[in-house]
Design a binder for this molecule. Sequence first.
Ligand SMILES: Cc1cc2nc3c(=O)[nH]c(=O)nc-3n(C[C@H](O)[C@H](O)[C@H](O)COP(=O)(O)O)c2cc1C
Length: 746
Amino acid sequence: MQSPIDDVSSPDSSGFAAASATPPPFEEILNRMKPTTLSDTVALAAATFVFVAYLLRGYLWDKPDPYGYIFYERPQATDGDGAHGGTRRTRNIAERLEELNKDVVVFWGSQSGTAEGFANRLSRELHQRLGLDAMAADLSDFEPETIAQIPRSKTAILILSTYGEGDPSDNATQFWEWLIKAVEGKNSDSATSALLGSLKYAAFGLGNSDYQYYNRVVDVVDDAFVACGAERLLPTGQADDSHGATEEDFLEWKDSLFAFFRDHFGIQEREPKYEPTVDVVEDDSLQQQDLYDGEPVHPPEGSGFKQVNSPVKALKIRNAKELFASSSGRNCLHMDLDITDHPQLTYKTGDHLAVWPMNPNQEVDRLLRVLGLTSRRQSPVIVRALDPEAVKVKVPTPTSIEALLRYYLEICAAVPRDVVRGLAEFAPTPAARDFLHILGKDKDSYGSFLSHTHINLGKLLELATKGDSTAVWSNLPLSYLVDALPRTQPRFYSISSSSIISPRAPAITALVSSTPLTPPDASIPGLTTNYLLALSDYLPEAIKTANTPSPMLTYNLPGPSDALSGGLVYGHIRRSKFKLPMQASCPLIMIAAGTGLAPFRAFISERARLQSIGKKSGKILLFFGCRNPEEDFIYSDELAQLEEGDLKGTLRVVTAFSRVQGSPKLYVQDKVRELGSEVVEMLTQESASMYICGRASMAREVGKAVGDLVMDRRKDAGESSFGENQTKQWREGMKRTRKWQEDVWG
Ligand SMILES: Cc1cc2nc3c(=O)[nH]c(=O)nc-3n(C[C@H](O)[C@H](O)[C@H](O)COP(=O)(O)O)c2cc1C
C-alpha cells in the first residue's frame, strides 16, 4: 500500500515538486516578494487591507445581531431536537427510552398537527391515569431502524395521519421509506420476519374516507410491523374526518388502549388530574424586543420536512384582487405575493404556498377577558418544559401572553370533549364545574352541541360562567392552554401562477370561507381566509365590489412588530409532486371545481408561454365546475382570452354549473361522462396526462366516472373480463407513472 507521505512527495506532471527540490533561502523569498513597481505596491496594499478587514470581521464590521438568537433560535434547541445543554441527543429511540426511563413512546406522524396533539395528550394521560412514564416523539427525531431495538419491556404507540394521495406526513417520510425497504428485505441482514421481533405496539390512524387512499399510512405500517414480527397489542384504530368524527374516534380507541393496559398489565386507573408538562413564568425583566411576537413557530426540523418545505419568511403582498363576491356572502381573493427579498425561496409551477395565520382580535380579547389577563396581556412569559429531556416546548419562548394567544396557539379550534372534562378542575364556581362535567359526559350530546356551536375555548369558558359576571377563570394556568391547545399550523394553497412567468411572485387563490353550522343560523369563519381578506382590505389598491363583505373579524394589522406591519404575511413554499409533464406536446386533461382551478391557471398560462416561444402545446381539455357563470366562474376572462387567442385550437374549456336557475344541476363528473369517448381516446390512444384538483369527494366521483368509461371501452373492445379490479389496476398504473395526478383536500 502506498503511504500518504509517498503520495505528497511524488512529483506531479506540472514539475512543481521538481522546482522546489532545492528551496531558496528565506531572505531570498522576501526579496523576491518586495514590490518593484507602483502597481505591485498598490496590489500589496489592497491585499493587506483585505486581510486585515477579514481578521476584524465580527469586531469592527458585520457584527452579529445582538438579538439574532430571537429570530434564529429554535424552540427545540433548548427543549429537544438535537442539541441540549451542549450535548447532542441520541437519535436512537431505544437508547433514549432507557436514558429517560420511559415505559412508553408515542410516535406521531402529522401534517397539520392533529396526530401530534393526540400524541401529546395521550402521553400525558398515560401518566396521569395509569402512572406510566410516557413520552411523545416526532418520528423524524429518531433513526427509524432503532425502533427495532426497543425492548419488550417497553411499548411503542404510533399515531399517523395520511396525507397527499395516501402518503405519509413530511415528518414520517424517512420512517416510511425505511419501513417499505424493511418489508422488501432490503434494510437489514436479519430476516424481515424477525426484524421487529421484540417490538410491542399499538397504532391509530387519522384519515378521511372521502379520499381514495383512506388511512393508507396506518394500514401499510400496521401490515409491515406484523410482517416484521412486531406484536400488535390491540386492534388498530382509525379516525374518519369526513364527518368530523376524528376526535371521538380517537377517544374511543384511547378508551380501548387504557382498558388493555388495565387488563393486561394489572394497572389500577386513577382519577385524572392535570399534570403540567410546561411551566409558563411571567418575567417582567424581559424587554419587548427580546420577545417572539408573531414570527411563526418554527416548523419541525426533521429531514422529511426540510426536503419539501422552504424556510418561513415574511412575504410582501404585491397585489390583491377580488375574483368574485356574491350576494350570498362568498367571495374569492387572488393575491400575488413577493419573494424577491428571499433568495432562499423558490417555487415551481404546481407547488403549494403555506400561509401562517393569526387569531382574530375578538377571540384573543375574549380569552384574555375570561382568564382575567386583560391587564397583563403584554406581560413577558418564558415557557419551559418541566422535563426538558422528554418534552419539546411547542411555542417560541420568550414571548408575551398576548402573542401566545394571538399567534402561537389555535384558540379558535373546537374544544375536544376531553378538554371540557379537564377544565372542570379549574372552574371558578361549582355551577361552572357541574356544567362542564355534564357537557363532557356524553359523546353524542357533546357531538350535537359542537355541530351547533363549534365552541372554542374562550366561548366555552364564557358559557360555563354565564350569568355570573364576577366569575373569572384565574385558576386556569397558562400552562394548561399550552398543553391542551394545538400549536398554530400553516394552511396550504395551490399556487395559481407559473414559475416561468412570475418566478418571484407566486399567486394564491383563496375562497374566503365560512362553514355553515346545523341548523344554519351560524357559521365558522375560516381562520386563514378571513385573515387574508382583512390583509387585502388593508391594501389600498385591492379591488373591491359592492358585494365585498366587510371582514367579520378584525386582526392586529399593522402588527406590533415591524415584520408584521400591513401587507405582509408569513409564509413558505412546499414542494408538490403535482407537476406538468416534461414534454409540452403531451396532451392534458384537467378537472377542477371551485378554487381547484388555481394550479390549472398556472399550467395553462405556462403552456401558452411555451407555445409563444415555439414549443407547441399538446391539446388541453379543461373541465371546470362552479355554481353559476355569473357568480363564481373565476378567471373566466383569462381562460376565454387564451381559448380564443394564444391557445386557440389547443385549449378547450368545458364547464359544469350546479346552480343555474331553471337548469339541471351539473357537476364536472357529469361532463366527463358526457365527453366520455374523447376523454378515453385522449387517455388511452393519445397518452394524455390527467389532473384533478378540488375537494376529495369531487376527485372520487371523477375517478369513478373515468374508471367506468375505461372499463366500458375495454369491454366494448372485446375484453369482457375487464372488471373493477382491472380498472383499479389501470388507474394505479397511471398514478405510478405520474400520468394521473391529484391535488385534493377534504
Ligand atoms: C391535502 C390533504 C390530503 C389528504 N389526503 C388523505 C388521504 O389520501 N387519505 C386519507 O385517509 N386522508 C387524507 N387526508 C385527511 C387527513 O389525514 C386528516 O384530515 C387528518 O385528520 C389530518 O391529521 P394531521 O393534522 O395530523 O395531519 C388529507 C387531508 C388533506 C388536507
